[in-house]
Design a protein around this ligand. Structure first.
Ligand code: NAD
Length: 349
């Protein structure tokens, strides 16, 4: 039998908890990758995994991702992630959430949870009855916190501008063509900010009506979802799914810049080299999309107001510049450089 230490996604995680509560039927995994910089922070995913090994892999991979993202955002937080194994009907009960809250509480702050796929603000409120180590709660009018989407969009917009400055020598998006995959929270916010900066927007979404409504709002165009990755544009901004850049899609790209908010854009580490080999400037996803976690962290840590959050998000372009500089100096692709930098920051360099 394969030992947990040999799982492909195991990366010297500090601790991995397997949680079972017979009364509520809760089965969960809480993975804490690193607490070098602070409590392991990252959301809880509620998902049905046909293969339970995949749940372990997700917890390991996503918690490492949170270590890197929090470190590169210069937050006093480590990386963790929890996965609750849902049944096929995705049955979620108050007893289950309470049991999960107690499990989080039992880690005494080593792990701090928040929403992820399948978990809502209401779920966080339920969990908060059992533990104080939870974020993503409703916020009072005017207080920091709440929906991270607009903050993510703002950081991505600043990152797009930084990439355009570097790759195209332009100080604004005026007259440039930005292609956005995904007309949701992040893609929509980016479209509005980029259009206000003078960009021409093309947007695609599997929900065609959503794409059309956004295009109408920003005076842009739409294309079919299957066509957006091969569109000719100045910037491609992936703001939908992960793993979209792979052996098949990268040769078809017709843009000098990729800068967008989606998580885990590169299907494999080798795809970082493939994108680089095409001469495309890539903004590492977890660096450019950190605006949301910066906002969530300020809510949890209670250490800033709206102005402070904006000021922290405005440091994203500088981090991208540092990555691109190191990439240019070493010949390593920007995604690999970002991983190296993150590892140094969490004391593993
Ligand atoms: P969302 O659900 O609001 O929007 C995603 C949109 O993408 C939806 O409209 C969906 O229909 C569309 N979509 C899905 N598959 C598509 C495809 N193949 N082609 C075109 N469109 C497709 O989600 P969001 O909050 O805007 O998040 C978008 C991405 O950004 C995700 O990868 C998410 O993990 C990442 N992200 C979000 C935040 C945040 O603060 N919301 C923070 C960091 C990263």
């Amino acid at each position: 039998m394969q030992s947990p230490w040999d799982f492909p996604d195991f990366d010297d995680h500090e601790v991995v908890h397997f949680v079972t509560d017979r009364n509520s039927g809760l089965k969960a995994i809480i993975a804490v990758h690193s607490t070098h910089l602070g409590p392991g922070a990252g959301g809880t995913r509620f998902w049905h995994y046909a293969d339970k090994g995949q749940a372990v892999a997700d917890a390991l991979r996503l918690s490492r991702g949170m270590s890197y993202k929090n470190a590169m955002a210069d937050l006093p937080l480590g990386g963790g992630k929890a996965v609750i194994l849902a049944d096929e009907a995705h049955t979620k009960t108050p007893e289950m959430l309470a049991a999960f809250g107690r499990a989080v509480d039992g880690l005494c702050g080593r792990y701090v949870t928040a929403e992820d796929v399948g978990m809502s603000v209401a779920d966080m409120v339920a969990i908060s009855k059992e533990t104080k180590y939870v974020s993503g709660l409703p916020v009072a009018e005017g207080a920091v916190g709440g929906d991270p989407g607009p903050h993510t969009s703002y950081g991505v917009f600043l990152g797009v501008r930084a990439a355009v400055r570097r790759a195209l020598g332009k100080d604004s998006l005026s007259g440039l063509h930005i292609a956005i995959q995904g007309a949701g929270s992040v893609g929509g916010g980016l479209a509005r900010l980029a259009a206000a900066d003078g960009a021409r927007i093309t947007v695609a979404d599997v929900a065609a009506d959503r794409a059309q409504a956004l295009a109408d709002e920003v005076g842009g165009k739409t294309v079919a979802a299957r066509d957006i990755l091969a569109i000719e544009a100045d910037v491609l901004a992936p703001c939908a799914l992960g793993a979209i850049f792979n052996e098949r899609t990268i040769p078809e790209l017709r843009v000098p810049v990729i800068a967008g908010g989606a998580n885990n854009q590169l299907a494999t580490a080798a795809d970082g080299d493939r994108v680089d080999g095409r001469g495309i400037l890539y903004a590492p996803d977890y660096v450019i999309n950190a605006g949301g976690i910066i906002n969530v962290a300020s809510e949890y840590l209670g250490d800033g107001d709206e102005a402070k959050v904006r000021e922290r998000i405005e440091r994203i372009p500088g981090r991208l510049e540092a990555i691109w500089d190191e990439s240019a100096a070493t010949g390593r692709n920007p995604a690999a450089v970002a991983d190296d930098m993150a590892q140094r920051k969490i004391g593993r360099g």
